[in-house]
Design a protein around this ligand. Structure first.
Ligand SMILES: [Fe+2]
Length: 421
C-alpha cells in the first residue's frame, strides 16, 4: 500500500475514535475527550515502520509546567515527568497524578524513573559494547544475522527503510529477547511469528561480553517496567473495568516475546545533509507494543564518552495538539513510552507516543557515534486481548469488543500496512 492510499484510507476514517461525548480520558482532572492519535509510522521492531499521516481531534493541550524554551532549538524542550524508584516499588504509593501527567490524554506518553539501583553501570556496560559490535568485521556480523526472522534477532543493518524509502544505513541494531533465549520450540509457531518466536543469537566468540550485559540491562528495565505497569493498571482501573488478569502488568509478566534492541548510530560525515532533517536518525513513528523502556543515548568519539555535541539532537515527541517538543531526561533515568497496543486496551487512558530522533549537526558532530538501548515490552503472541467497544487506533481492522491474540492482531496490521504495499 502506498502512502497516498494510506492517506486516503485515513482521511476516510477521520472521525474514527474521535469521541467527544463519552467518558473523560482524564481520571483526575476531567479533561475533554480522548481520541487523538498520531500514527506517522507504525513501528513493529525491525523492518515494519510506515509513514502514516496524523489524525487529530484533540481540542487542547496541557504541556507539563517544566516546559521551557531552549536557545539551541526552535522547539520547546520538555523534561519528562519523573517517578522515583522508591515511590515506584511501593505498591501503596498513589502515583495516579504522575501517571496521568506522563501517560494520560494530555501527557506526552513518556515518563522517566529515577534512582534505579544498579542501572547506571549496567547502562554503560552495554552501551559501550555497541561501537565494538558495529566495528566487528562484516563477515562476523553476517554470521549474526537472521533473515528468517526478518532480521528481528541478531545483527541488522540496512534492512529497514528511512522515510525517504532508502535503506537505513545510518544505524545498526542488535535484537534479542533478554528474558528468554528460546521462547518456543514449536516449528509452526516459529514459522508463523518469526519475529516473536525465534531464538537469540549471541556473538559468543567475537564479543562474548554482549550476552550478559544485554540480558542484565534488559532484565532490569523489564522489572522496573512491571512496577510501572502495576501503577498504570491502578490508574486505568479507576476509569474502566480491567478483565481478570488482563491488566498491563499481568500481560507483560506472562509474555515470552519481549525484545531488546541495542542501537548504534554510525558517526556522521562532515557535510552529510541527512543530519539536517528533523527525524534524521529515526523517523516519526509510534511503537506498536505495550511499553517501551529507553536508555538515554551515549555519545562517543573513538570509543570515548563525550557530551552530546548538539543540544538540538535527541528525542522529539509530537504532542496531542500537533506541537513538536524536544524531550529530555537524565542519563541515569530510564524512560518509558506507551505503545499503541496499550493505548487501545486502556481505552485511551494511557496514550501512545509519536516520536523521532534527531541526529547532531554541525562541525562538532563529525565523527560522533551514539549508542542506545530500547526494550519493547509486548504481549505474548498467544495472549488473548480483549479489545474495548470503542477502538481508537486501527479500528478499520479491529471489530468492537474483539477477542484476538496479540499474534493475530499483529498479523492483521502487517497484512494491511506491509504486505499489501
Ligand atoms: Fe520508537
Amino acid at each position: 500500500m502506498t502512502v497516498e492510499r494510506l492517506a486516503a484510507a485515513m482521511a476516510q476514517g477521520e472521525a474514527w475514535g474521535c469521541n467527544t461525548t463519552s467518558n473523560s480520558s482524564s481520571l483526575l482532572f476531567k479533561t475533554p475527550s480522548h481520541g487523538d492519535h498520531y500514527r506517522p509510522l507504525l513501528h513493529i521492531p525491525a523492518g515494519f515502520s510506515f509513514l502514516l499521516p496524523s489524525k487529530r481531534c484533540r481540542s487542547r493541550l496541557i504541556l507539563c509546567p517544566k516546559m521551557s524554551s531552549s536557545g539551541e532549538t526552535s522547539f520547546p524542550t520538555v523534561t519528562t515527568v519523573g517517578i522515583s524508584f522508591s515511590d515506584l516499588k511501593d505498591k501503596n504509593s498513589d502515583l495516579s497524578m504522575k501517571i496521568e501527567e506522563g501517560f494520560g490524554s494530555n501527557g506526552l506518553g513518556i515518563l522517566s524513573v529515577t534512582g534505579v539501583p544498579g542501572y547506571s553501570s549496567l547502562r554503560k556496560n552495554l552501551l559501550h559494547l555497541a561501537p565494538r559490535l558495529a566495528s566487528l568485521p562484516d563477515e562476523v556480523k553476517q554470521e549474526l544475522e537472521d533473515p528468517d526472522s526478518r532480521y528481528n534477532f541478531g545483527w541488522s543493518h540496512g534492512k529497514e527503510k528511512l522515510e525517504s524509502g532508502k535503506p537505513d544505513i545510518l544505524k545498526g541494531s542488535y535484537y534479542a529477547n533478554p528474558i528468554l533465549d528460546k521462547p518456543t520450540t514449536d516449528a509452526s509457531l516459529i514459522q508463523r511469528y518469526p519475529s516473536y518466536c525465534g531464538s537469540n543469537i549471541w556473538p559468543s566468540s567475537a564479543l562474548p561480553e554482549l550476552e550478559a550485559a544485554f540480558k542484565a540491562l534488559g532484565k532490569l528495565i523489564f522489572d522496573v517496567g512491571l512496577m510501572l505497569a502495576y501503577h498504570c493498571d491502578l490508574y486505568v482501573s479507576k476509569g474502566m473495568k480491567i478483565h481478570k488478569d488482563g491488566g498491563l502488568e499481568s500481560i507483560l509478566l506472562r509474555s515470552r516475546c519481549h525484545k531488546g534492541r541495542l542501537l548504534y548510530y554510525f558517526p556522521a560525515e562532515k557535510g552529510n545533509s541527512d543530519g539536517f532533517s528533523m527525524s534524521s536518525w529515526c523517523g516519526w513513528h509510534t511503537d506498536h507494543g505495550s511499553l517501551t523502556g529507553l536508555t538515554c543515548g551515549l555519545f562517543t568519539r573513538d570509543g570515548v564518552e563525550i557530551p552530546c555535541p548538539d543540544n538540538a539532537a535527541g528525542l522529539y515527541i509530537r504532542t496531542r495538539s500537533d506541537q513538536i517538543v524536544k524531550v529530555v531526561y537524565g542519563k541515569d533515568d530510564i524512560a518509558y513510552q506507551i505503545g499503541e497496543t496499550t493505548e487501545i486496551l486502556s481505552g485511551g487512558y494511557l496514550c501512545a507516543t509519536p516520536h523521532c530522533v534527531r541526529a547532531p549537526q554541525g562541525e562538532e558532530a563529525a565523527g560522533v557515534e551514539r549508542s542506545t538501548f530500547a526494550l519493547f515490552m509486548q504481549p505474548d503472541w498467544d495472549e488473548k486481548l480483549h479489545f474495548p467497544e470503542e477502538v481508537r487506533i486501527h479500528n478499520e481492522l479491529i471489530p468492537s469488543n474483539a477477542l484476538l491474540t496479540f499474534g493475530e492482531y499483529s498479523e492483521m496490521l502487517l497484512d494491511k500496512y506491509y504486505h499489501q504495499k
